[in-house]
Design a protein around this ligand. Structure first.
Ligand code: SF4
Length: 576
């Protein structure tokens, strides 16, 4: 496997292919974080020539391992000012792996405002200036690319938000139907791609073959055991395939941890109307599909296809986080309007969580009314058009909160909080506060134990045990994110030791390694180490590992709890 470096500073962008070298053994998040930590000046401006955008399939990208197609995108984040890894589903992870690249590194910065497309196939790399692509939304862009390159490709692209270098801009990845519906959403990674002048990367893996394991028999056997384990677990085998991640709306609402009206309440009266159960039923009735994988080789298939009232494709099945951020968080209980917002975000290339929370801040400021979905949609079009107001909103919740003088802004390290109230689920509060990524639920998904009782139970309403829980999950997640496996495998790994062993055996069989449980833990710690070290050098202190103070002071109904994990305890998360 090689690293493909493209220097955009040169008159004609320069291409260099080099072996992994010191980065051997790293993939996905481990590789993006190692390259950013080692090669990027932590004090650089995120939109400047000194930042790098690293796009890396996981260790198992391009292999026949189930669930292994995710792709990591890393850089210094324009949103947080710290290190960022955002990962996405879609086809690009496997395709890039089959092409033999462990990472694409976009370096430097174009001196003009031209936009470029990069075409990669087995014969090499072609980079062309193509200003006809400028400011195209993602769906229109991919339609145009399809006409030129056919349908047997995978694309990584940005929409207008990325081109305008907004801090909420995402990087889009096409799914199995070549729709730009999967996004590395968080932290403004799309703005960094925009700053490099790269509009789209087209990947063509024609006449390539899957990467071959060192120990074929062990690999195949482990993969079989792994798939069987996922299929027999109630969450990965039944819940997620049937209702998608939005199955969580009713569950989280029931436990009183569903942030409503910008984190003022823990239950939303309209939750049922926007739940996964209702969504799946609508998808069936309208000819969509409630069970769909975002890339080949996914056996959980938590995704789906959402049609509008007339039975036409509108968007992929909106995820729980999207439905929450743009639903209960705003007092909106109309699932069609939320699906419309999801499509618009994907098309402009925006993080659905950051933008939903930004709209909550805007409603808090009184700019539009709670529950007014049409007004929310209009505001997002302002973002896509790049009006002055749109440019404020497109830079996320923290920026918008400042612009409108709002005190209650739910962010950590400048990044918006996801869909679980940290006062009703104290463990996730520890992850939000301490993750090097800013507030991020996937970095250490305590909901698994605090609420879903997979792998054990830690009382969500008590501060005891939450630091250990978050620490262990953050370490395990850093390893899973490095393999390219979808994080949802964790439900089965936590409950079924055999499935965890099968997962490690897949990695060992493929690479001919002999990783033990301790090696997995050490690997995760190493990744977090790269990230913490970068943030330290970027100027982050322990004071950045805190929730906004209103979570410590303002009790949230129905439990009327505040966040109780002490600052001194938060400082122990990375003390191993
Ligand atoms: S489980 Fe869901 S998110 Fe994960 S790879 Fe499958 S469809 Fe994508």
């Amino acid at each position: 496997m090689n690293i493909l470096r493209i220097n955009m500073s040169a008159e004609t962008p320069e291409v260099k292919v080099e072996p992994l070298g010191d980065y051997e053994g790293l993939g996905g998040r481990a590789l993006t974080s190692a390259i950013v930590s080692r090669e990027v000046d932590p004090l650089c401006h995120p939109l400047g020539a000194d930042n790098k955008l690293v796009i890396a399939p996981g260790l198992l990208g391009g292999t026949a391992a189930a669930m292994s197609g995710r792709i990591s995108v890393g850089c210094k984040s324009p949103l947080t000012g710290g290190i960022k890894e955002a990962n996405s589903g879609g086809q690009a992870g496997h395709v890039l792996g089959r092409l033999g690249y462990a990472a694409i590194v976009l370096e430097g910065k174009s001196k003009s405002d031209d936009v470029y497309k990069i075409y990669i196939n087995k014969d090499g790399v072609k980079i062309e200036k193509d200003n006809s692509l400028k400011m195209l939304p993602n769906y229109d862009l991919i339609e145009k690319i399809k006409k030129e390159y056919g349908e047997k490709i995978a694309c990584i692209s940005i929409g207008p938000a990325g081109e305008m270098k907004m801090s909420a801009a995402s990087v889009a990845v096409t799914d199995m139907e070549l729709r730009p519906s999967r996004h590395a959403g968080r932290g403004g990674v799309g703005a960094v791609m925009g700053a490099k002048g790269v509009k789209v990367i087209i990947l063509d893996d024609a006449v390539t073959t899957p990467r071959q394991p060192k120990n074929d028999e062990a690999f195949k056997d482990a993969n079989k055991r792994f798939v069987a384990g996922l299929q027999k677990h109630p969450v990965t085998g039944q819940g997620l395939p049937t209702y998608g991640t939005n199955i969580l709306t009713n569950i989280i609402n029931e436990v009183g941890a569903y942030p409503t009206y910008n984190f003022k309440e823990g239950r939303f009266a309209g939750a049922r109307k926007i739940s996964g159960e209702v969504q799946a039923e609508l998808e069936k009735q309208r000819g969509g599909n409630p069970t769909h994988g975002c890339h080949r080789g996914c056996v959980i298939r938590c995704s789906g296809i959402y049609h509008d009232k007339d039975g036409r494709y509108l968007t992929k099945q909106p995820e729980y986080e999207t439905v929450w951020a743009n639903g209960g968080n705003l007092g909106i209980d109309d699932i069609d309007k939320i699906a419309m917002l999801d499509f618009i975000y994907d098309n402009y290339g925006l993080d659905t969580i950051e933008m939903g929370v930004t709209l909550g801040v805007v409603m808090e400021a009184g700019l539009i009314k709670w529950g007014d979905a049409d007004a929310a949609i209009n505001l997002i079009h302002e973002v896509g058009k790049g009006t002055y107001l749109g440019r404020i909103l497109g830079n996320g919740a923290a920026f918008t909160g400042k612009a409108f003088g709002v005190e209650r802004v739910p962010v950590v390290k400048g990044q918006a909080l996801p869909a679980y109230d940290p006062r009703a689920v104290q463990g996730i509060g520890v992850t939000y506060a301490t993750s090097p990524m800013g507030a991020d639920h996937t970095a250490g998904y305590s909901i698994a134990l605090n609420v879903l009782k997979t792998g054990g139970f830690v009382d969500p309403l008590k501060p005891e045990g939450q630091v250990d829980l978050s620490r262990n999950l953050q370490i395990a997640t850093a390893f899973i994110d490095s393999t390219g496996m979808c994080l949802f495998i964790a439900f089965a790994l936590l409950d079924q030791p055999d499935t965890f062993q099968a997962f490690v055996d897949i990695v060992n069989g493929f690479y001919g390694w002999n990783m033990s449980d301790k090696d997995v833990v050490d690997y995760g710690k190493k990744v977090l180490g790269f990230e913490r070290d970068f943030n330290l050098r970027a100027g982050f202190t322990k004071q950045h590992d805190r929730l906004p103070r209103f979570f410590n002071k303002e009790p949230v109904p129905p439990h009327n709890m505040v966040f109780m994990v002490k600052d001194e305890e938060l400082d122990q998360v990375f003390n191993w």
